[in-house]
Write a protein that binds this ligand. Structure first.
Ligand SMILES: Nc1nc2c(c(=O)[nH]1)N[C@H]1C(S)=C(S)[C@@H](COP(=O)(O)OP(=O)(O)OC[C@H]3O[C@@H](n4cnc5c(=O)[nH]c(N)nc54)[C@H](O)[C@@H]3O)O[C@H]1N2
Ligand SMILES: Nc1nc2c(c(=O)[nH]1)N[C@H]1C(S)=C(S)[C@@H](COP(=O)(O)OP(=O)(O)OC[C@H]3O[C@@H](n4cnc5c(=O)[nH]c(N)nc54)[C@H](O)[C@@H]3O)O[C@H]1N2
Ligand code: SF4
Ligand SMILES: [Mo]
Length: 799
């Protein structure tokens, strides 16, 4: 059947009962031509990682089709997967750009531009040493590229200044998994959706941000044995509506108060005796400290802090405490806040207290956002050491020195890795004089943009950017190198539930564009990086050899890829790590035994204080004798850094809409998606709007102590006292307003809290351009519905 997949984001329902397979539904979108061939890949527009085939004709992508046999999506695709590839065929960078003496970016042959990069880099390394170099990358490159950069940065140059935009994204997922279980890695599996009785979504608008995973949940909630949903989100998202429909709860917390709510949920579970005492005693540490910390958070106390009804919190605790199987997902409403790691750890705690791990239906998804954020963390381009090695454990550093054949002292491990916000600080001061950015657009996505522009645009640091389009960041760079995109190169990546996919090359990159792997290998060869035996660093030039190098680095570690190959990935619908001799087909769930990777000699991290971020030492960790037990981590609630005041009376929250991906470099060039959400808006509650005399479509000025933007109002369904701005629009960027402060443990910025004022600028006359199909749905009935029309018709076939 044919469906308008702009009007219907999730597509046709295929309901089914608990413990039965999710039916297959294959979605296909062709932009007018029949493909000559199909090329295997996985979607690269969110962490769900849907299996996708690219249809190719005359050397161009002409359409896409979901892969029926893929374990992630069973053939389905969402609006971004269906339509965004079209944006890759417009406005591409085909040559390098170099800033001339007049300050203009001039088209330059790639070789000449790379010569300049190498000259600059060599000069700084010779005069200032490795600390003069910083790398800021992405959650959207491939394993081969990340691992290559990790080896260049750590074994070739020796700089600790390396991080990804994953710091803004899911650094907290990694941090909370390390704190609780000793290492990163998602315990659960997407198949937990088929088996579960209750699903908790914490600060996660999955309906818009992992649309296919949400379709998977809808196929349970529309079948028999409906699971109960609990949604923790200040806005009435589609997730919140489904929670109400399944007779669960929508906890519309006041932004920035998650930790108080979590402490109350844990207290209730403890007080009501919903704890598996024997399991907890055998497999965890820290119960008494946790009990003590949560004791003050009675239902009434938390209700007051979070501005919720005590009965609703009690109901949520009851769902958790009395369901046989619970699946939890956590994302930016928790991660982008001042107590991010603390709150995310409480989700892990609830599962530990009820022994809800390692069996069907009982997963935890400390979600990723970006499609390859997981690999950024695994390979160590977030500053950590590859394959979840512990930079604070001398044995782990020696292993790498042996593997890479370099001196131990070359590998940066004498201090904690430098997080993104600190890298920008050093670039501001000029101690980082060479900053290489790839696969991210900080000119829109970082907090406090006025400052980011000063840093990137200043003379004190030389900025190189690998990009596929001209954007807000390339306009501030000294050299721009043209990058190949998805479908234009081969590589592998890993989604949230540890499923690894191979993406084959379907078409050639345009002009002089080339993959980040080729760019970095070229740089390394020209720089002449060598190991102790005189071999080049890295030892490979081709993607498959880089993957083989990565397999070797990961062997014996939690994220073990040693049993995979390009051939086996091509043959299957994705393989979950660990994949090795013991698990030749991969492993569906971790911690079935349950032995957690907390042993002092094995763990990825010795842990940190959740309130201050101070690190536990190796000796302190050993003295705790964790020996495979998980940590019940605890923290009191603290109010957010920037609270509303008389001058700035509203709470600011920022986030996403279903139709755009981040800074819109692809989705803004795909007509179906761009037309569905063409320009920025500001969401306000009906009560706030009414009080200010503001109606749908009126233009307001939103200002924070840092900056301001003007935009039309959507009178929507959020909390009173809160405004929400989507962060996708570089011309009216939410980050003009946001504060640059972060969680002490994960160092993830708090994009979800801040204080602003709102003033009416002029009456509008027409409704705002916000979509009606999503969390931004209007309260007024006379706003025209968001539809895609004939251009958005998609074929959908049930098996
Ligand atoms: N369509 C689309 N999908 C995407 C992306 C995209 O840009 N567009 N990006 C991908 C990436 S990289 C990421 S990281 C994910 C992000 O996916 P999500 O985390 O689902 O998206 P957000 O809109 O950033 O935030 C989620 C929710 O947090 C709520 N929130 C705000 N403050 C609080 C709070 O204090 N407490 C709680 N509990 N909730 C709060 C907001 O109301 C919002 O609905 O999406 C991925 N998928
Ligand atoms: N206020 C606010 N700010 C936020 C957030 C929020 O919720 N609120 N969310 C944060 C989060 S979770 C995230 S993930 C970030 C996302 O923020 P960004 O990472 O800055 O956003 P993108 O638009 O995805 O930028 C990716 C860039 O890489 C380019 N690109 C794509 N593929 C490739 C490739 O293969 N190679 C190279 N070299 N380039 C490529 C694209 O053209 C694009 O310009 O934003 C963060 N900022
Ligand atoms: S859910 Fe994510 S991975 Fe799947 S099609 Fe949509 S954007 Fe792509
Ligand atoms: Mo993200």
């Amino acid at each position: 059947m044919s469906v308008d997949r702009i009007a219907d984001i999730w597509g046709e329902r295929t309901p089914h009962a608990r413990d039965t397979d999710w039916p297959v539904r294959v979605d296909t979108f062709l932009a007018g031509r029949e493909p000559e061939k199909w090329v295997q890949s996985a979607c690269l527009l969110c962490s769900n990682g849907c299996g996708i085939d690219l249809g190719v004709a005359d050397g161009q992508i002409v359409g896409v089709r979901g892969r029926a046999q893929d374990r992630v999506n069973h053939g389905r695709l969402g609006p971004k997967g269906l339509f965004a590839w079209q944006g890759q065929q417009k406005d591409r960078l085909t040559t390098a750009l170099v800033r001339d003496s007049a300050g203009t970016l001039v088209e330059t042959p790639y070789d000449v531009a790379m010569d300049l990069v190498v000259r600059k880099s060599r000069e700084l390394l010779d005069t200032k040493g490795p600390l003069s170099h910083g790398f800021y990358t992405s959650g959207q490159l491939m394993i081969e590229e990340y691992y290559t950069l990790a080896v260049i940065g750590k074994a070739g140059i020796g700089t600790p200044h390396m991080d990804g935009n994953t710091r803004l994204c899911t650094a907290t997922a990694a941090a909370s998994l390390k704190e609780t279980f000793g290492a990163d890695g998602q315990p659960g599996s997407y198949t937990d959706i088929e088996a579960t009785d209750a699903i908790f979504l914490y600060g996660h608008n999955m309906a818009e941000t992992q649309t296919v995973l949400w379709a998977r949940i809808l196929d349970r909630t529309h079948g028999p044995d409906v699971p109960v949903l609990v949604c923790v989100d200040p806005r009435l998202t589609p997730v919140a509506k489904e929670a109400l429909r399944t007779r669960g709860v929508h906890l519309a917390v006041r932004s920035g108060t998650n930790q108080a709510l979590m402490n109350a949920l844990i207290r209730e579970v403890l007080h009501r005796g919903w704890v598996d005492e024997d399991w907890v005693a055998a497999h965890t540490l820290g119960l008494e400290e946790l009990r003590e910390t949560v004791e003050p958070y009675t239902l009434a106390h938390a209700a007051e802090i979070c501005d919720l009804r005590a009965a609703d919190i009690a109901r949520a605790a009851e769902v958790f405490g009395t369901s046989e199987r619970v699946l939890s997902t956590v994302l930016q409403g928790f991660y982008q806040s001042h107590q991010a790691t603390a709150a995310a750890c409480q989700v892990n705690n609830l599962h530990l207290l009820r022994a809800m791990l390692g069996r069907p239906g009982c997963g935890i998804l400390q979600m990723n956002g970006q499609p390859t954020a997981q690999n950024n963390r695994e390979t160590g381009v977030d500053g950590d050491l590859p394959a979840f090695r512990n930079w604070d454990n001398p044995d782990h550093v020696s292993e790498l020195a042996d593997l890479w054949d370099v001196d131990v002292l070359k590998i940066p491990h004498w201090a904690p890795p430098t997080h993104a916000m600190q890298i920008f600080r050093y670039a501001e001061q000029g101690s980082i004089g060479f900053l290489w950015i790839a696969g991210t657009n900080p000119g829109v996505s970082m907090p406090d943009l006025p400052r980011v522009r000063r840093i990137l645009g200043g003379e004190q640091t030389f900025v190189v950017v690998n990009e596929a389009y001209r954007n807000e960041t390339t306009e501030l760079a000294d050299v721009v190198l043209p990058a190949a995109l998805w479908g234009e190169r081969v590589g592998t990546y890993t989604n949230v539930d540890r499923t690894v996919h191979l993406s084959d090359q379907a078409v050639e990159p345009p002009g002089e564009a080339r993959s980040d792997l080729r760019i970095w290998v070229d740089y390394a060869r020209r720089m002449g990086f060598k190991d102790r035996s005189g071999r080049p660093i890295p030892r490979w030039t081709e993607p498959e050899d880089a993957f083989e190098g990565w397999k070797e680095a990961s062997k014996g570690r939690p994220c073990d890829y040693s049993g995979m190959s390009y051939e086996s990935l091509r043959r299957t619908g994705g393989i979950q790590w660990p994949c090795n001799e013991q698990n030749p087909d991969g492993l569906e769930r971790l911690y079935t035994d349950p032995v957690f990777p907390t042993a002092t000699d094995y763990c990825e991290s010795f842990g940190k204080d959740l309130l201050l971020g101070a690190a536990t030492t190796l000796d302190q960790h050993r003295a705790l004798r964790p020996d495979g037990r998980a940590f019940l981590r605890h923290a009191a609630y603290e109010p957010p850094r920037e609270a509303p005041s008389e001058q700035f009376p509203f709470l600011l929250s920022t986030g996403r809409t279903a139709y755009h991906f981040h800074t819109r470099t692809k989705t803004g060039r795909a007509p179906q998606l761009q037309d569905a959400a063409p320009s920025v808006w500001v969401e306000m509650s009906p009560a706030d709007a009414g009080r200010m005399g503001v109606s749908e479509g009126d233009v307001v000025r939103v200002a924070s102590p840092r900056g301001a933007l003007e935009a039309p109002v959507r009178v929507g369904n959020g909390r009173d006292g809160m405004v929400f701005v989507p962060f996708h629009y570089g011309d009216h960027a939410a980050n003009e307003l946001t504060i640059d402060s972060w969680d002490p443990v994960s160092k993830q910025p708090a994009f979800k809290t801040g204080a602003v004022q709102v003033q009416l600028v002029r009456k509008g006359g027409a409704p705002s351009a916000a979509p009606t199909t999503t969390a931004s749905a209007p309260v007024a009935g006379d706003v025209p519905p968001t539809v895609g029309g004939p251009a958005a018709q998609t074929e959908s076939e049930l098996a």
